[in-house]
Ligand binder design. Sequence first.
Ligand SMILES: C[C@](O)(CO)[C@H](O)COP(=O)(O)OP(=O)(O)OC[C@H]1O[C@@H](n2ccc(N)nc2=O)[C@H](O)[C@@H]1O
Ligand SMILES: Nc1ncnc2c1ncn2[C@@H]1O[C@H](COP(=O)(O)OP(=O)(O)OP(=O)(O)O)[C@@H](O)[C@H]1O
Length: 289
Amino acid sequence: MNQLSIPAYAKINLTLDVLGKRPDGYHEVEMIMQSIELHDQIILKERKEKGIKISCNHPLVPQDEGNLAYRAAELLIKEYGIEKGIEIKIIKNIPVAAGLAGGSTDAAGVLKGLNELWGLGISRDELMKFGARLGADIPFCILGGTAIARGIGTDLTPISPLPEMELVLVKPGIDISTKEIYSKYKPELVKRKPDLRKMQEAIECRDLEGVKRNLVNVLEDITLYYYPQVAETKKIMENLGTYPVLMSGSGPTLFAIIDSKREADEYAMKLKDRVMGQVIRTRTRSECL
Ligand SMILES: C[C@](O)(CO)[C@H](O)COP(=O)(O)OP(=O)(O)OC[C@H]1O[C@@H](n2ccc(N)nc2=O)[C@H](O)[C@@H]1O
Ligand SMILES: Nc1ncnc2c1ncn2[C@@H]1O[C@H](COP(=O)(O)OP(=O)(O)OP(=O)(O)O)[C@@H](O)[C@H]1O
Protein backbone atom coordinates (compact mmCIF):
# COMPACT_ATOMS: atom_id res chain seq x y z
CA MET A 1 0.00 0.00 0.00
CA ASN A 2 1.36 3.45 -0.94
CA GLN A 3 2.56 5.65 1.89
CA LEU A 4 4.30 9.06 2.19
CA SER A 5 5.65 11.21 5.04
CA ILE A 6 6.26 14.90 4.43
CA PRO A 7 7.17 17.95 6.52
CA ALA A 8 4.71 20.89 6.57
CA TYR A 9 6.53 24.12 7.42
CA ALA A 10 5.15 27.07 9.42
CA LYS A 11 5.38 30.70 8.23
CA ILE A 12 6.02 34.11 9.70
CA ASN A 13 5.13 37.50 8.23
CA LEU A 14 8.10 39.86 7.92
CA THR A 15 5.77 42.70 6.93
CA LEU A 16 1.97 42.82 6.91
CA ASP A 17 -0.18 45.72 5.73
CA VAL A 18 -3.96 45.92 5.39
CA LEU A 19 -4.95 48.08 2.41
CA GLY A 20 -8.74 47.94 2.72
CA LYS A 21 -11.84 45.80 3.14
CA ARG A 22 -13.58 44.05 0.27
CA PRO A 23 -17.36 43.71 -0.12
CA ASP A 24 -17.11 39.98 0.80
CA GLY A 25 -15.61 40.89 4.20
CA TYR A 26 -12.06 39.79 3.39
CA HIS A 27 -9.24 42.35 3.62
CA GLU A 28 -6.82 43.37 0.87
CA VAL A 29 -3.34 42.81 2.23
CA GLU A 30 0.26 43.34 1.18
CA MET A 31 2.86 41.31 3.02
CA ILE A 32 6.18 39.49 2.88
CA MET A 33 5.89 35.89 3.98
CA GLN A 34 8.70 33.60 5.06
CA SER A 35 8.85 29.84 5.66
CA ILE A 36 10.51 28.66 8.85
CA GLU A 37 12.04 25.33 9.86
CA LEU A 38 9.40 24.58 12.52
CA HIS A 39 7.13 21.95 10.96
CA ASP A 40 4.39 19.39 11.44
CA GLN A 41 4.87 15.95 9.93
CA ILE A 42 2.12 14.61 7.66
CA ILE A 43 1.86 10.87 7.10
CA LEU A 44 -0.37 9.73 4.24
CA LYS A 45 -1.38 6.08 3.83
CA GLU A 46 -3.55 4.85 1.01
CA ARG A 47 -6.59 2.74 2.06
CA LYS A 48 -8.54 0.23 -0.03
CA GLU A 49 -11.82 1.42 1.45
CA LYS A 50 -13.10 4.80 0.24
CA GLY A 51 -13.17 7.77 2.63
CA ILE A 52 -10.81 9.90 4.71
CA LYS A 53 -9.55 8.97 8.17
CA ILE A 54 -7.70 11.72 10.04
CA SER A 55 -5.88 11.82 13.37
CA CYS A 56 -3.66 14.29 15.18
CA ASN A 57 -1.69 14.08 18.43
CA HIS A 58 -2.92 17.57 19.57
CA PRO A 59 -6.16 17.73 21.60
CA LEU A 60 -7.33 21.07 20.11
CA VAL A 61 -7.03 20.00 16.49
CA PRO A 62 -10.24 18.67 14.89
CA GLN A 63 -10.09 14.96 14.00
CA ASP A 64 -12.89 15.15 11.42
CA GLU A 65 -14.03 17.24 8.45
CA GLY A 66 -13.34 20.36 10.55
CA ASN A 67 -9.64 19.77 9.93
CA LEU A 68 -8.32 21.83 6.99
CA ALA A 69 -6.16 18.88 5.94
CA TYR A 70 -9.29 16.71 5.69
CA ARG A 71 -10.94 19.33 3.48
CA ALA A 72 -7.85 19.43 1.24
CA ALA A 73 -8.03 15.66 0.69
CA GLU A 74 -11.79 15.82 0.09
CA LEU A 75 -11.32 18.52 -2.55
CA LEU A 76 -8.80 16.48 -4.58
CA ILE A 77 -10.82 13.25 -4.22
CA LYS A 78 -13.94 14.99 -5.58
CA GLU A 79 -12.17 16.94 -8.35
CA TYR A 80 -10.29 13.88 -9.65
CA GLY A 81 -12.96 11.23 -9.01
CA ILE A 82 -10.53 9.18 -6.89
CA GLU A 83 -11.91 5.78 -5.91
CA LYS A 84 -9.35 5.05 -3.17
CA GLY A 85 -9.38 6.19 0.45
CA ILE A 86 -6.69 7.90 2.54
CA GLU A 87 -5.50 7.88 6.13
CA ILE A 88 -3.95 11.19 7.27
CA LYS A 89 -1.85 11.35 10.42
CA ILE A 90 -0.67 14.79 11.63
CA ILE A 91 2.18 15.05 14.11
CA LYS A 92 1.72 18.59 15.49
CA ASN A 93 4.72 20.68 16.45
CA ILE A 94 3.38 24.06 15.29
CA PRO A 95 1.36 25.80 18.05
CA VAL A 96 -2.37 25.97 17.22
CA ALA A 97 -4.23 29.27 16.59
CA ALA A 98 -0.90 31.01 16.77
CA GLY A 99 -0.50 33.06 13.57
CA LEU A 100 1.95 30.52 12.13
CA ALA A 101 -0.41 28.98 9.51
CA GLY A 102 -0.47 25.60 11.26
CA GLY A 103 -3.72 24.38 9.73
CA SER A 104 -2.92 25.92 6.34
CA THR A 105 0.43 24.19 6.06
CA ASP A 106 -1.11 20.82 6.95
CA ALA A 107 -3.65 21.34 4.16
CA ALA A 108 -0.84 22.38 1.78
CA GLY A 109 1.10 19.26 2.76
CA VAL A 110 -1.90 17.04 1.99
CA LEU A 111 -2.42 18.69 -1.42
CA LYS A 112 1.26 18.22 -2.33
CA GLY A 113 1.44 14.74 -0.82
CA LEU A 114 -1.68 13.35 -2.52
CA ASN A 115 -0.59 14.84 -5.85
CA GLU A 116 2.60 12.80 -5.52
CA LEU A 117 1.11 9.66 -3.93
CA TRP A 118 -1.60 9.32 -6.57
CA GLY A 119 0.49 10.64 -9.50
CA LEU A 120 -2.13 13.28 -10.33
CA GLY A 121 0.36 15.47 -12.22
CA ILE A 122 -1.15 18.72 -10.94
CA SER A 123 1.15 21.72 -11.56
CA ARG A 124 2.25 23.83 -8.60
CA ASP A 125 0.16 26.79 -9.83
CA GLU A 126 -2.94 24.61 -10.12
CA LEU A 127 -2.30 23.15 -6.66
CA MET A 128 -2.03 26.71 -5.28
CA LYS A 129 -5.41 27.53 -6.87
CA PHE A 130 -6.97 24.52 -5.12
CA GLY A 131 -5.36 25.74 -1.89
CA ALA A 132 -6.82 29.25 -2.29
CA ARG A 133 -10.32 27.71 -2.29
CA LEU A 134 -9.70 26.51 1.28
CA GLY A 135 -7.79 29.37 2.92
CA ALA A 136 -5.75 32.50 2.20
CA ASP A 137 -2.43 31.23 3.64
CA ILE A 138 -2.48 27.85 1.84
CA PRO A 139 -1.00 28.94 -1.54
CA PHE A 140 2.05 30.38 0.25
CA CYS A 141 2.44 27.19 2.27
CA ILE A 142 2.57 25.28 -1.03
CA LEU A 143 5.13 27.69 -2.53
CA GLY A 144 7.40 28.16 0.51
CA GLY A 145 10.55 30.30 0.71
CA THR A 146 10.22 34.11 0.71
CA ALA A 147 7.37 35.79 -1.18
CA ILE A 148 5.30 38.95 -1.49
CA ALA A 149 1.59 38.24 -1.04
CA ARG A 150 -1.17 40.54 -2.31
CA GLY A 151 -4.93 40.42 -2.82
CA ILE A 152 -6.33 38.43 0.10
CA GLY A 153 -2.84 36.90 0.45
CA THR A 154 -3.10 34.44 -2.42
CA ASP A 155 -1.43 36.47 -5.23
CA LEU A 156 2.20 35.52 -4.72
CA THR A 157 5.49 36.78 -6.12
CA PRO A 158 8.57 34.84 -4.97
CA ILE A 159 11.54 37.08 -4.12
CA SER A 160 15.18 36.25 -3.49
CA PRO A 161 15.59 34.08 -0.39
CA LEU A 162 16.23 35.72 2.95
CA PRO A 163 19.66 34.73 4.31
CA GLU A 164 19.15 32.09 7.03
CA MET A 165 18.36 33.82 10.33
CA GLU A 166 18.03 32.40 13.84
CA LEU A 167 14.61 32.78 15.48
CA VAL A 168 13.13 32.54 18.93
CA LEU A 169 9.33 32.29 18.95
CA VAL A 170 7.09 32.87 21.94
CA LYS A 171 3.46 31.74 21.79
CA PRO A 172 1.70 33.45 24.75
CA GLY A 173 -0.71 31.15 26.54
CA ILE A 174 -3.82 32.27 24.65
CA ASP A 175 -5.31 31.21 21.32
CA ILE A 176 -6.38 33.95 18.91
CA SER A 177 -8.69 33.62 15.93
CA THR A 178 -7.62 35.27 12.69
CA LYS A 179 -11.22 36.21 11.89
CA GLU A 180 -11.56 38.07 15.20
CA ILE A 181 -8.43 40.18 14.69
CA TYR A 182 -9.37 41.14 11.11
CA SER A 183 -12.86 42.05 12.31
CA LYS A 184 -11.36 44.37 14.96
CA TYR A 185 -8.98 46.03 12.47
CA LYS A 186 -9.25 49.84 12.50
CA PRO A 187 -6.70 52.11 10.75
CA GLU A 188 -6.83 54.49 13.78
CA LEU A 189 -5.17 51.79 15.92
CA VAL A 190 -2.18 51.43 13.58
CA LYS A 191 1.02 53.09 14.81
CA ARG A 192 3.36 52.26 11.92
CA LYS A 193 2.82 51.07 8.35
CA PRO A 194 5.41 48.79 6.72
CA ASP A 195 7.51 49.90 3.75
CA LEU A 196 7.36 46.89 1.45
CA ARG A 197 9.87 48.29 -1.05
CA LYS A 198 12.48 48.95 1.64
CA MET A 199 12.03 45.46 3.13
CA GLN A 200 12.29 43.84 -0.32
CA GLU A 201 15.47 45.84 -1.03
CA ALA A 202 16.98 44.82 2.31
CA ILE A 203 16.22 41.15 1.61
CA GLU A 204 17.62 41.34 -1.92
CA CYS A 205 20.80 43.11 -0.75
CA ARG A 206 21.18 40.63 2.14
CA ASP A 207 21.18 43.66 4.45
CA LEU A 208 20.25 42.02 7.77
CA GLU A 209 20.12 45.30 9.69
CA GLY A 210 17.75 46.67 7.03
CA VAL A 211 15.55 43.58 7.41
CA LYS A 212 15.43 44.07 11.18
CA ARG A 213 14.61 47.80 10.84
CA ASN A 214 11.69 47.13 8.51
CA LEU A 215 9.80 44.45 10.44
CA VAL A 216 6.26 45.88 10.72
CA ASN A 217 2.84 44.18 11.05
CA VAL A 218 -0.26 46.38 11.31
CA LEU A 219 -2.27 43.53 12.89
CA GLU A 220 0.18 43.61 15.81
CA ASP A 221 -1.29 46.96 16.89
CA ILE A 222 -4.78 45.42 16.93
CA THR A 223 -3.83 42.26 18.85
CA LEU A 224 -1.68 44.15 21.37
CA TYR A 225 -4.50 46.62 21.97
CA TYR A 226 -7.11 43.93 22.70
CA TYR A 227 -4.80 41.41 24.41
CA PRO A 228 -2.55 43.17 26.97
CA GLN A 229 -0.86 39.86 27.85
CA VAL A 230 0.59 39.75 24.31
CA ALA A 231 1.85 43.34 24.71
CA GLU A 232 3.37 42.35 28.07
CA THR A 233 5.14 39.34 26.50
CA LYS A 234 6.54 41.57 23.75
CA LYS A 235 7.90 43.99 26.38
CA ILE A 236 9.60 41.15 28.26
CA MET A 237 11.17 39.88 25.04
CA GLU A 238 12.44 43.36 24.12
CA ASN A 239 13.82 44.04 27.60
CA LEU A 240 15.71 40.74 27.72
CA GLY A 241 17.74 41.39 24.60
CA THR A 242 18.55 43.85 21.85
CA TYR A 243 16.74 41.85 19.18
CA PRO A 244 13.79 43.11 17.12
CA VAL A 245 10.50 41.43 18.07
CA LEU A 246 7.43 41.21 15.83
CA MET A 247 4.11 39.41 15.95
CA SER A 248 3.40 36.90 13.17
CA GLY A 249 0.11 37.13 11.22
CA SER A 250 -2.83 37.82 13.50
CA GLY A 251 -0.87 36.50 16.47
CA PRO A 252 -0.39 35.89 19.23
CA THR A 253 3.04 34.35 18.41
CA LEU A 254 5.94 36.81 18.64
CA PHE A 255 9.31 36.18 17.01
CA ALA A 256 12.77 37.65 17.61
CA ILE A 257 15.41 37.66 14.87
CA ILE A 258 18.94 36.94 16.09
CA ASP A 259 22.29 36.75 14.27
CA SER A 260 24.07 33.86 15.96
CA LYS A 261 22.97 30.38 17.08
CA ARG A 262 24.69 30.79 20.45
CA GLU A 263 22.95 34.09 21.26
CA ALA A 264 19.61 32.65 20.16
CA ASP A 265 20.05 29.58 22.41
CA GLU A 266 20.94 31.78 25.38
CA TYR A 267 18.04 34.16 24.74
CA ALA A 268 15.57 31.24 24.48
CA MET A 269 16.85 29.81 27.80
CA LYS A 270 16.38 33.17 29.55
CA LEU A 271 12.88 33.58 28.10
CA LYS A 272 11.75 30.15 29.31
CA ASP A 273 12.00 31.37 32.93
CA ARG A 274 10.32 34.70 32.31
CA VAL A 275 7.40 34.39 29.91
CA MET A 276 4.02 32.67 30.25
CA GLY A 277 3.79 30.53 27.16
CA GLN A 278 5.69 28.32 24.78
CA VAL A 279 9.27 29.22 23.74
CA ILE A 280 10.49 27.70 20.45
CA ARG A 281 13.99 27.86 18.91
CA THR A 282 13.99 27.66 15.14
CA ARG A 283 15.32 29.44 12.04
CA THR A 284 14.15 30.75 8.69
CA ARG A 285 14.06 28.38 5.75
CA SER A 286 15.60 29.75 2.61
CA GLU A 287 14.91 27.37 -0.25
CA CYS A 288 11.72 27.08 -2.25
CA LEU A 289 10.21 23.59 -2.20
C1 LIG B 1 -3.12 36.75 9.03
C2 LIG B 1 -2.56 35.84 7.95
O1 LIG B 1 -2.21 34.57 8.51
C3 LIG B 1 -1.29 36.47 7.39
O2 LIG B 1 -0.53 35.57 6.62
C4 LIG B 1 -3.58 35.62 6.82
O3 LIG B 1 -3.99 36.87 6.29
C5 LIG B 1 -4.78 34.81 7.27
O4 LIG B 1 -4.89 33.69 6.47
P1 LIG B 1 -5.85 32.45 6.82
O5 LIG B 1 -5.84 32.17 8.27
O6 LIG B 1 -5.49 31.36 5.85
O7 LIG B 1 -7.27 33.06 6.45
P2 LIG B 1 -8.63 32.33 6.04
O8 LIG B 1 -8.72 31.02 6.72
O9 LIG B 1 -8.78 32.39 4.55
O10 LIG B 1 -9.67 33.34 6.69
C6 LIG B 1 -10.00 33.38 8.05
C7 LIG B 1 -10.74 34.68 8.29
O11 LIG B 1 -9.81 35.78 8.33
C8 LIG B 1 -10.34 36.93 7.68
N1 LIG B 1 -9.43 37.33 6.58
C9 LIG B 1 -8.48 36.49 6.12
C10 LIG B 1 -7.61 36.89 5.11
C11 LIG B 1 -7.77 38.19 4.59
N2 LIG B 1 -6.97 38.64 3.61
N3 LIG B 1 -8.72 39.01 5.07
C12 LIG B 1 -9.56 38.60 6.07
O12 LIG B 1 -10.42 39.37 6.50
C13 LIG B 1 -11.74 36.55 7.20
O13 LIG B 1 -12.64 37.01 8.17
C14 LIG B 1 -11.74 35.04 7.19
O14 LIG B 1 -13.00 34.53 7.47
N1 LIG C 1 -4.65 20.81 10.72
C1 LIG C 1 -4.98 21.75 11.64
N2 LIG C 1 -4.06 22.21 12.50
C2 LIG C 1 -4.38 23.15 13.41
N3 LIG C 1 -5.60 23.69 13.53
C3 LIG C 1 -6.55 23.29 12.69
C4 LIG C 1 -6.27 22.31 11.71
N4 LIG C 1 -7.39 22.14 11.00
C5 LIG C 1 -8.32 22.95 11.52
N5 LIG C 1 -7.85 23.65 12.55
C6 LIG C 1 -8.61 24.67 13.33
O1 LIG C 1 -8.15 25.94 12.90
C7 LIG C 1 -8.00 26.85 14.00
C8 LIG C 1 -6.83 27.78 13.69
O2 LIG C 1 -5.64 27.04 13.81
P1 LIG C 1 -4.28 27.37 13.05
O3 LIG C 1 -3.22 26.71 13.86
O4 LIG C 1 -4.38 27.02 11.62
O5 LIG C 1 -4.24 28.95 13.23
P2 LIG C 1 -3.22 30.03 12.75
O6 LIG C 1 -1.81 29.50 12.82
O7 LIG C 1 -3.49 31.26 13.52
O8 LIG C 1 -3.59 30.26 11.22
P3 LIG C 1 -3.12 31.46 10.26
O9 LIG C 1 -1.75 31.87 10.66
O10 LIG C 1 -3.18 30.80 8.90
O11 LIG C 1 -4.16 32.53 10.43
C9 LIG C 1 -7.77 25.95 15.21
O12 LIG C 1 -8.33 26.50 16.35
C10 LIG C 1 -8.39 24.60 14.84
O13 LIG C 1 -9.64 24.45 15.43
